[in-house]
Design a protein around this ligand. Structure first.
Ligand SMILES: Cc1cc2nc3c(=O)[nH]c(=O)nc-3n(C[C@H](O)[C@H](O)[C@H](O)COP(=O)(O)OP(=O)(O)OC[C@H]3O[C@@H](n4cnc5c(N)ncnc54)[C@H](O)[C@@H]3O)c2cc1C
Length: 538
């Protein structure tokens, strides 16, 4: 049964799961504070040459496999990925793309992992969803970040080769708000393990998974503060049942489950991190894991550019190719420009992830938000360009002798990106929270209605000192110098604009905080605008 929580308690659970510290510099954080640290992302971190070669080799193998062995229309028709396709992916090591070689994986860079998802996703989105659920949020990533050496030795070689994994957080009553979690992990009397009971919903790969990461609440006790905790759970454990295979508007080939758990024993050595650290494990995993989805959206934008250009130059109406009509040309320009922008965004985020010298949680979250929103707009415009042929299924186009271009299917597949791995509304709140973190550190007590007057007074002194220094810095910057960023040639004026806008954004954010104070968190539309402006600037 779901836990009943107030709005404040729900917010506190999310707050506790945040990474509190900023140990590394962050371009995204600076952007919202008017501190445009271009040096943090330019020049971009270089990739190791050996890794590039290995990555390119793998991409060539993957492309050849897809072209020769995988029929996307069959996946769509049968609403499942054929066993031979899954076996082929296992054989080439696609399940362990990101797992380091020492644990039996391919050890690809984040950049090539994302490119592989893009290639697979363009072939059929169910393939990229299988691969990303398996390794971006499934067992591999949380273990690489938080697992003990023993856990890594035991599980990474398996999930890198043939064990399909999944991530089980969502429940019928737990969507965006994990504080309501109903699944429990009760410590056994001998202290050697836990019994898990509950029901998990919409677990991608859940219907075929060999092993999963599951979130369940450890009850509070004298011994432990308890809380949501993460466990590695083999699916052949007694009491694990796939109750239903879910079917959706799109992603028809995914094996998505309702999974029941009844007194399932899991040994304590399978807990990832400490009791109560489960959401932190999940959120930190998502910092990098979130890059999978923009990669898939980018794939569609690039493919869409090709499809739009081909169609618009061949299809003649009103005396000329439709691409020559301004309205259609504008749409093609939008799709191509979006593909270019998303590629730049993803590339820099992936390199930052690989380089590990920056805190890129804001950039990765922006990439998810922005790519899923723009990916959807691209798909809509692509359908518009192809007119009736955009709306017709690929199977039907093929049956009457036309090219089987699956824009209709892509539209169904793309819609979910704005909902899962953090819905657009939740991403707005999450990014806004990170963007105002510095303000909350210096002025949080003043804004908090529960803080005592004497503490507020003390904070006001510290805040006065901070703002006295910070605010004047927002008045001037490089963007006002017409010769600044000259080394970027034609792009210099855009960088100057971004620098000026970053300071303006910081001033507006400060204005909002001063005006609405603690009530700011209720002004979601305003916060969403602030975040969207930051995303555009990035
Ligand atoms: C195809 C598919 C695959 C999935 N795969 C997985 C998986 O592998 N593992 C897993 O654990 N889960 C998975 N999910 C679950 C997915 O992550 C959730 O759907 C998502 O977290 C949103 O939860 P919800 O659908 O219950 O929406 P709800 O949380 O009920 O939200 C409904 C609406 O309200 C909005 N909303 C909610 N709270 C707020 C707020 N505070 N402020 C503003 N707006 C708000 C939401 O943005 C949304 O628009 C999957 C779902 C689908 C459909």
């Amino acid at each position: 049964m779901a836990t009943q929580v107030t709005e404040k308690e729900a917010r506190q659970v999310a707050e506790d799961a945040r990474e509190q510290d900023w140990k590394l510099p962050s371009f995204g954080k600076g952007l919202f504070m008017g501190d445009y640290r271009l040096d943090l992302i330019h020049p971009q971190p270089k990739l190791d040459a050996e890794k590039v070669e290995k990555g390119e080799r793998f991409l060539a193998t993957l492309r050849a496999f897809l072209q020769e062995k995988v029929d996307p229309l069959q996946i769509e028709r049968d609403a499942r990925i054929p066993d031979e396709v899954l076996d082929g992916l296992k054989e080439m090591g696609a399940l362990g793309m990101k797992v380091p070689e020492e644990y039996g994986g391919l050890g690809l860079s984040q950049v090539h992992y994302n490119q592989a998802l893009m290639v697979a996703g363009v072939w059929h989105a169910s393939l990229s969803t299988l691969l990303s659920a398996h390794q971006s949020i499934g067992v591999a990533e949380p273990l690489m970040l938080f697992g003990s050496e023993q856990q890594k030795r035991e599980w990474l070689p398996k999930v890198a080769y043939d064990h399909v994994s999944a991530f089980l957080l969502t429940e019928p009553d737990v969507g965006s708000d994990p504080a309501r979690m109903g699944a429990t992990a009760t410590p056994t009397e001998d202290g050697k393990g836990y019994t898990i009971t509950g029901q998990k919903l919409w677990a991608t790969n859940g219907a075929i998974a060999d092993v999963v990461v599951i979130m369940a609440k450890v009850p509070k006790s004298e011994r432990s503060k308890g809380g949501i905790s993460a466990f590695v759970l083999p699916c052949d454990s007694e009491g694990v049942t796939v109750l239903h295979r879910n079917a959706f508007m799109g992603l028809r080939g995914i094996e998505n489950s309702v999974t029941g758990l009844e007194d399932v024993y899991v040994p304590a050595v399978n807990r990832i991190g400490k009791e109560g650290d489960g959401l932190k494990v999940a959120l930190t995993t998502l910092n990098t894991g979130r890059l999978a989805l923009p990669a898939i959206c980018l794939g569609v934008a690039k493919w869409g550019t090709k499809v739009a250009r081909e169609f618009a130059s061949e299809r003649v109406q009103w005396g000329q190719p439709v691409g020559r009509h301004d309205a259609v040309a504008q749409k093609i320009a939008f799709i191509a420009g979006t593909a270019f922008g998303l590629e730049a965004m993803l590339d820099v985020c992936s390199r930052l992830a690989e380089d590990k010298k920056n805190d890129f949680r804001i950039e990765a979250a922006i990439a998810k938000l922005y790519a899923s929103e723009l990916g959807w707009q691209v798909t809509d415009e692509l359908m518009q360009i192809r007119g009736g042929r955009g709306y017709e299924t690929a199977e039907s186009l093929k049956a009457r002798g036309e090219k089987a271009v699956p824009v209709e299917q892509v539209m169904r597949d793309m819609r979910i990106n704005r909902i899962f791995e953090g819905s657009t509304e939740i991403m707005h709140l999450l990014i806004a929270r990170e963007a105002v973190d510095r303000h909350l550190q210096v002025a949080g007590d003043i804004l908090d209605p529960d803080t005592e007057i004497k503490d507020k007074a003390r904070s006001a002194v510290a805040a006065g000192a901070f703002y006295g220094k910070w605010l004047p810095q927002l008045a001037v910057g490089k963007g006002r110098d017409p010769r600044s960023f000259d080394e970027f040639g034609d792009l210099a004026k855009h960088l100057r604009f971004a620098e000026r806008s970053s300071r303006k954004l910081a001033r507006s954010t400060f204005y909002g905080m001063s005006r609405w104070q603690a009530a700011l968190e209720k002004r979601q539309a305003w916060l969403g605008r602030i975040v969207d402006i930051g995303a555009e600037l990035f």
